[in-house]
Design a binder for this molecule. Structure first.
Ligand code: FE2
Length: 349
């Protein structure tokens, strides 16, 4: 096994325990406590230093887990108390089985008007109790964090509202799910069923989708500037009801301008932009939030990102994570900003 380390980065592949590893990445495997002497990554190499404890060297199924680069985390998780399914503990068990290092729960915070997909005021303490209990119960196996996905609705709700701050959450995800219409006095969902979206365009914006989309991004910018959350949720969720460019084209100059302005305020705020794979898991989009071209622009603005699944059921907890990380890498990201050991820190993708 130690002979493996004698191969340099020019080698094309190795076979370990019957498992073929193609070396477009460089893998260095060592035994004992010191890294293999002379192992170096040449400049520009997309290499990955893979350190394996002896116990998993020959077990192919564990190899697969061990070979997933970077630390596995997810901070966007719902449950049976809002519009997700299953008890929080089932997510925790799935996360542990996936080799996840940290799992954050982020049910939808209660709203000041009735909606069936958010926590009720009565369920909020139940949620806090359940997640806090799991945090203690599984402390030796996984880091669990208590968060909420908080809607931004001007004057009514936001991640930095007094009621949210009083909960002493570990973190918040700030999301815009409603626009207010041009009269600004109604709450029109932008990510609901297609007929609701159409209704929002017609009743709130006189049939002009461009005005609705602009209003959505204006609210995201307002949220980021005035109620900065730790993570900005599903930045371009407005595309959920736009399959095949039915209502607007992301390549249009006006749309790009909205995105650029929004990224600019995000960069100024220091908030994290999530790559959210939930639309893909639920087959509502054919790309993650945000779209790949937006990820590239976010990179140019130096905006930190992390990968989240927006899981509404345990089986979606790490859906599309491998692809998401590759996408981030192809946009130039090398790290993601994650909550570990109680503080936000950069870890290798
Ligand atoms: Fe959401």
């Amino acid at each position: 096994m130690e002979a493996l380390g004698e191969h340099g980065p020019s080698m094309e592949g190795i076979e370990v325990g019957g498992l073929r590893i193609e070396l477009f990445h460089l893998y260095v495997i060592y035994q004992g406590t010191a890294p293999f002497k002379g192992a170096r990554f040449p400049r520009g190499n997309r290499g990955l230093l893979l350190v394996l404890p002896p116990r998993i060297r020959h077990n192919a199924s564990e190899w697969e887990v061990a070979m997933a680069p970077g630390v596995l985390t997810n901070y966007h998780t719902h449950c049976y108390l809002d519009d997700g399914s299953n008890k929080p503990e089932e997510y925790v068990r799935t996360a542990i089985a996936s080799g996840m290092r940290a799992l954050g729960f982020s049910c939808h915070a209660p709203l000041p008007f009735p909606q069936d997909w958010v926590l009720t005021k009565e369920n909020l303490p139940v949620y806090i109790r359940e997640v806090s209990g799991l945090k203690r119960q599984y402390a030796d196996q996984i880091e669990i964090y208590l968060g909420l996905e908080v809607d931004y609705i001007p004057e009514l709700a936001g991640p930095q509202s007094q009621s949210m701050r009083s909960l002493r959450l570990d973190y918040t995800i700030g999301s815009v799910h409603f626009v207010g219409g041009e009269e600004n006095d109604i709450h029109l969902a932008v990510d609901g069923p297609p007929e609701e979206y159409l209704e929002a365009i017609q009743e709130g914006y006189g049939g002009d989708v461009k005005r609705l989309v602009r209003d959505y991004y204006r609210l995201v910018r307002e949220m980021v500037a005035e109620q900065t959350p730790d993570i900005v949720g599903h930045l371009d969720v407005i595309k959920k009801n736009n399959p095949g460019g039915r209502y607007f084209d992301e390549r249009d100059a006006w749309y790009r301008d909205e995105i650029m302005m929004t990224l600019e305020s995000l960069a100024a705020s220091g908030a994290i932009l999530e790559m959210n794979t939930g639309g893909l898991a639920r087959k509502r989009t054919d790309a993650p939030y945000p779209s790949p071209w937006i990820v590239s622009e976010a990179r140019r603005y130096g905006i930190p990102m992390n990968v989240n699944s927006d899981a509404h059921s345990p089986e979606h907890l790490v859906h599309w994570f491998g692809e998401a990380k590759e996408l981030l890498k192809s946009a130039g990201y090398r790290e993601q900003l994650v909550l570990l050991g109680g503080k936000w820190q950069m870890t290798e993708l």
